[in-house]
Design a protein around this ligand. Structure first.
Ligand SMILES: [Zn+2]
Ligand SMILES: [Zn+2]
Length: 104
């Protein structure tokens, strides 16, 4: 369970009303959190899953956690997994992989 910088963010992130399956298809949703990358993004409602990554919270102004995108690719590479070709392990599809020991 990811903790957020403030209540406004916690209320807004990955929300969806009961009429849409995902926050990307819900016009009311503003912010998506990519759990595996620890990236917050403003949702672009173009029918896809595009978002613009943000570094600061739009509500409280605090700096958001550092993106783990590079580390995600590093860790997969270390395991010999090609994220574009091989099946990505379940732990790497959300934030569980972050609990694995960090390589120094
Ligand atoms: Zn905030
Ligand atoms: Zn909706």
């Amino acid at each position: 369970m990811t903790s957020h910088c403030c209540e406004a963010m916690a209320d807004r992130v990955n929300v969806c009303c009961d009429q849409h399956d995902t926050s990307f298809s819900c016009p009311d949703a503003l912010v998506a959190l990519s759990a595996k990358f620890q990236e917050y993004g403003l949702i672009i409602h173009d029918g896809g899953t595009s978002s613009v990554t943000i570094d600061f919270c739009p509500w409280c102004g605090r700096r958001l956690p550092e993106s783990q995108r590079d580390r995600w690719f590093d860790e997969l590479e270390r395991r010999g997994i090609d994220p574009w070709g091989d099946e990505v392990p379940a732990a790497f599809q959300d934030d569980r992989w972050l609990a694995s020991p960090r390589r120094e």
